[in-house]
Design a protein around this ligand. Structure first.
Ligand SMILES: [Zn+2]
Length: 221
């Protein structure tokens, strides 16, 4: 196995990835919307797996109440008053310096969503609200770029891989965008770390299948 692949040898040995799949993963470009609890776990998984390019967008700063579940951050990030995207980028580059990581401290809205989608193969949802998820959904339909929905609250969560015009999309599943305050959030109902990690693991699994060229293995529900 050549030196570049050696780092990923354990997943290259895995039958359904192999050398060909790993080379695809290393050339893949992913947009990660949100770098809180789900986003941290997603970014960690994709970075360790060797996804070639990661664009991370988040508007928030690291706070003490994040550390219970947001695995990329620590007390030093709070002391330095770092935005999550910046703290995540710093940590992720220490984990894997061979991939390209672009970090943006920004609110995702209708003015920048299509720009954020530029040049990526896949979009991962690490958001905490439905307004942004519907923006992601509509941009995915417009650009035909697949995205992987993920959501978590309390001790449970949901995830689904959405392939535009192939699977149901978020608007097929939820007809009306719930207004702000209409649904419970982690700020009102709480959230436990294990629930986040389960949902993020399922999202990363679907992402690796897709990026390794095995979209046939991804559940369509
Ligand atoms: Zn739809």
């Amino acid at each position: 196995m050549d030196a570049v692949l050696e780092r990923y040898s354990r997943q290259v040995l895995f039958r359904d990835i192999g050398e060909a799949g790993q080379r695809k993963i290393m050339q893949a470009r992913v947009l990660l919307c949100g770098c809180g609890a789900l986003g941290s776990a997603l970014a960690d998984g994709l970075t360790r797996a060797g996804v070639g390019f990661l664009r991370i967008v988040d508007r928030d700063f690291v706070e003490l109440s994040n550390l219970q579940r947001q695995v990329l951050f620590d007390e030093q990030d709070i002391a330095e008053q770092l935005p999550k995207a910046i703290a995540a980028g710093r940590k992720l580059r220490r984990i894997n310096s061979s991939i390209e990581i672009e970090t943006l401290v920004a609110d995702i809205d209708h003015t920048n969503i299509l720009k954020l989608f530029e040049g990526v193969d896949l979009v991962l949802d690490g958001m905490d609200n439905f307004e942004t998820r519907f923006l992601i959904n509509d941009a995915a339909l417009e650009t035909r770029i697949p995205w992987i929905y993920g959501g978590c609250i309390g001790s449970h969560g949901q995830t689904m891989a959405i392939f535009p015009f192939e699977t149901a999309c978020l608007r097929c599943l939820i007809e009306e965008v719930p207004g702000p305050g209409a649904t419970e959030t982690c700020d009102t109902a709480g959230i436990i770390g294990p629930a986040v990690n389960v949902v993020a693991s399922l999202q990363v699994t679907a992402a690796l299948k897709f990026l390794a060229g095995r979209r046939d293995l991804i559940p369509r529900r």
